[in-house]
Ligand binder design. Structure first.
Ligand code: ATP
Ligand code: SF4
Ligand code: MG
Length: 330
């Protein structure tokens, strides 16, 4: 499948009164057409900053992309002006956020909001725009779309509003959809329905999806690949199967132990003790050292090398380094 996104050594920081927050510290990943990549990790590890950087939506100042490259369909985005980015946002790359209410304008009908982007960016008549809007409402599972087009956001439930936000994000047929915690603000049954909607979108469109969540249970359903972030870095990445069944990094193993497993009913969940390091002065070695049950002297001093377990699967942890293995076995 065609590669549509290539992120290389991305660094993003925020200059605050307290100092420089190094929120994203050398993130690299790529994404192919129709693929869903989930980015997971605890609060504050840099998921949203990574996502907003792809859209160049980092507030500047205080934030800035200090290093790295974001290639979208072979075009470098890092150096584009805001004007150039406006032509890409919502058209080629769309983003949806946690709270569906803030994404919708309460004073405009759903029909107007759905067709706004289409009319602006595509040379399309009112009639064609309406047909497309009806198609989108059908795709996201909103019944009676003709009547619904004339209604305002407050006439919809939270789950319905999130469906509409997703319809707006997809109406211009973007190549990439970034969804930042799209189900977190919704109750559990509605969350499941929105996840089913993501599965339908995967089957019926060719859009690539970056799904951001702190919940590994959520990604089990829809992800093809998973990237685990910790303290501004991707510390492990692989296919869903590799991550769930052969996790390399003790942090990933900890995350997996902290989610309920259907096949292990009654087993106690084990949250990971401690908190991630301060990003003003992140440790020079492995950022997980203070919380890691396997930490060794090397971990604190030197950032671990990447261990490539398969073409897709790698983890950044000293446990897999040949020198450490030799030392431990001697
Ligand atoms: N505008 C800002 N100014 C200063 N620091 C910021 C700003 N936005 C984000 N940060 C910092 O960047 C780091 C990464 O934040 P980010 O929002 O990406 O985390 P996250 O992984 O999305 O967490 P959550 O799961 O809570 O959404 C945090 O330390 C955060 O405090
Ligand atoms: S590098 Fe060391 S501290 Fe970091 S996860 Fe691996 S064993 Fe734990
Ligand atoms: Mg976030």
């Amino acid at each position: 499948m065609e590669k549509i996104l290539e992120v290389n050594d991305l660094h993003v920081s925020f200059l605050t009164y307290g100092g420089e927050v190094k929120a994203v510290r050398g993130v690299s990943f790529d994404l192919h057409k129709g693929e869903t990549l989930a980015i997971v990790g605890e609060s504050g590890c840099g998921k949203s900053v990574t996502a907003s950087s792809l859209m160049k939506l980092i507030p500047t100042p205080p934030g800035k992309i200090s290093q790295g490259s974001i290639k979208f369909k072979d075009r470098e985005l890092v150096n584009l002006s805001d004007k150039q980015m406006r032509k890409i946002r919502g058209v080629d790359i769309s983003m949806i956020f946690q709270d569906p209410m803030t994404a919708l304008n309460p004073t405009l009908t759903i029909g107007t909001q759905l067709t706004e982007g289409l009319k602006q960016h595509r040379n399309i008549s009112n009639k064609e725009a309406k047909i497309k809007a009806l198609e989108m409402l059908d795709l996201v599972g909103i019944p009676y779309p003709e009547e619904r087009l004339k209604q305002y956001p407050h006439q919809f439930s939270g789950g319905m509003r999130q469906r509409i936000v997703i319809a707006i994000a997809l109406i211009c047929e973007p190549d990439l959809l970034i969804a930042d915690e799209p189900t977190t603000a919704l109750d559990v049954t509605i969350q499941a329905q929105i996840l089913e909607l993501f599965e339908r979108i995967q089957q019926e469109t060719n859009v690539a999806i970056i799904l951001i969540t702190h919940d590994l249970g959520v990604v089990a359903k829809v992800a093809d690949r998973i990237a685990v972030m910790y303290a501004g870095k991707i510390i492990e990445s692989g296919t869903k199967h590799e991550l769930f069944y052969e996790p390399l990094h003790p942090y990933t193993q900890g995350l997996l132990n902290s989610i309920p497993r259907l096949d292990k009913k009654g087993e106690k969940l084990e949250p990971i003790d401690g908190t991630p390091p301060d990003l003003f002065s992140p440790p020079q070695g492995c950022p997980f050292t203070a919380r890691c049950p396997h930490a060794m002297v090397a971990c604190e001093k030197v950032y671990p090398p990447r261990y490539q377990a398969s073409e897709e699967h790698y983890g950044e942890c000293w446990l897999y380094d040949e020198r450490v293995k030799k030392y431990q076995s001697s």
